[in-house]
Design a protein around this ligand. Structure first.
Ligand code: GDD
Ligand code: MG
Length: 352
């Protein structure tokens, strides 16, 4: 994919030694899922490498981590090599080590397998969340309160696709239920997928088998003191095509300085910002925007219209075709005059 949009500066500068709170810590990012809800695009590319607003979802998730993070382990399973290749070509601001699972170990098993040599505390982020959460005060909160962990929570209308918690007045979580039915959800505050942990959480996870952090480990460890850190601003889990496109809109609407400065050019196209463009795209006579990411070498024919969409490397859209609210995998071809609305499409199918 290799989007050439500039990776902008961090929202905060990275001060390595500002007292004990700035002691460097490590982080684990979970990216081992199959991305089933984004098929067939995820047959070609793992979910976290789909570009949103000019850079892979993974980089937005890593941008969430506290400033004190000085090294990251990617807990990979499905398509681990794709992460290695991407990171070799596009190094992140701190070193990232890829750790692979032979078989899927779930979020808990993936954490256990990936969390070798972690610091006390360490940060953990799901690789498919994007947010306005600031994890620096959260790390401070964790250091002040102690306990086993501090998890971030965001309030939503329907909490049923997520982990849901209730905490007491001192913010200690007293109940945590993963994906409860809407009617019986104990609150509307959902696990935002970004947390801080003491390494002792790892000893509660059995190695070598599939373990769900949210279903098995967190509920069992509440008595050890896990705190809730609620925040409002903005948040999304890019786990479905519709949510992925919403994540892209949110990212475009909350830019960090310089993040979307496109290095690719779209000569002769009508641009409706915000748009992030990869190198070598051609779009003479086409209309692009708003909320569009084009990978490298994308070609749009005359009169083609693309809005609210992600077109990965080498996608071709024929003359007069219309693509809206859609995600197109690498090299996908839209015939001239066709309408592609609300689709997630790719050339790849399941490998035999
Ligand atoms: N290493 C590894 N191994 N990672 C995995 C595995 C695995 O077997 N299974 C899933 N992951 C990764 C996914 O790739 C994703 O980045 C992250 O773990 C979370 O998995 P999802 O499949 O996206 O979970 P979810 O969105 O249904 O629920 C989780 O995230 C919600 C917030 O976004 C839970 O943590 C919920 O409690 C939470 O509310
Ligand atoms: Mg998710």
């Amino acid at each position: 994919m290799a989007i050439s949009t500039a990776h902008g500066p961090r929202k905060r500068s990275s001060p390595p030694d500002r007292g004990p709170d700035m002691k460097p810590i490590s982080a684990v990012v979970l990216v081992g899922g199959f991305g089933t809800r984004h098929r067939p695009v995820t047959y070609a590319v793992p979910k976290q490498l789909v570009p949103l607003a000019g850079q892979p979802m993974l980089f937005h998730a890593m941008d969430l981590l506290p400033t004190a993070v000085s090294r990251i382990t990617l807990a990979c399973g499905y398509k681990a090599e794709a992460f290695e290749t991407y990171l070799r070509l596009h190094p992140y601001r701190v070193p990232v080590t890829v750790v692979k699972e032979e078989k899927p170990l779930g979020t808990g098993g993936g954490l256990k397998n990936g969390a070798r040599d972690v610091t006390d505390p360490f940060a953990l982020v799901n690789g498919d969340v994007i947010s306005g959460l600031d994890m620096d005060p959260m790390l401070e909160f964790h250091r002040e309160h102690g306990g086993l962990g501090t998890m971030s929570f965001y309030e939503v209308e329907d909490p049923s696709p997520y982990g849901v918690a209730v905490w007491s007045e001192d913010q200690r979580i007293v109940r945590f239920v993963e994906k409860p039915p809407k009617e019986s959800a104990p609150s509307r505050w959902i696990n935002a997928g970004a947390s801080i942990w003491s390494p002792s959480v790892l000893s509660a996870i059995e190695g070598g088998r599939e373990v769900s952090l949210e279903r098995e480990i967190i509920p069992a460890l509440l008595s050890k003191g896990i705190y809730g850190f609620p925040f409002r601003s903005w948040w999304e889990d890019a786990g479905t095509p519709a949510r992925l496109l919403n994540a892209q809109r949110l990212l475009f609407d909350h830019p960090r300085t310089g993040r979307f400065a496109p290095t690719g050019k779209l000569t002769g196209a009508r641009i409706i910002p915000p748009v992030a463009t990869g190198k070598g795209c051609e779009a003479e006579g086409a209309t692009v925007g708003r909320y569009v990411t084009l990978g490298e070498g994308v070609r749009l024919g005359k009169g083609a219209v693309v809005g609210d969409a992600v077109l990965m490397d080498r996608v071709e859209v024929g003359a007069g075709a219309e693509v809206r609210r859609s995600i197109l995998g690498p090299g996908y071809h839209v015939p001239a005059g066709a309408k592609v609305l609300d689709q997630c499409l790719a050339n790849e199918g399941p490998s035999k």
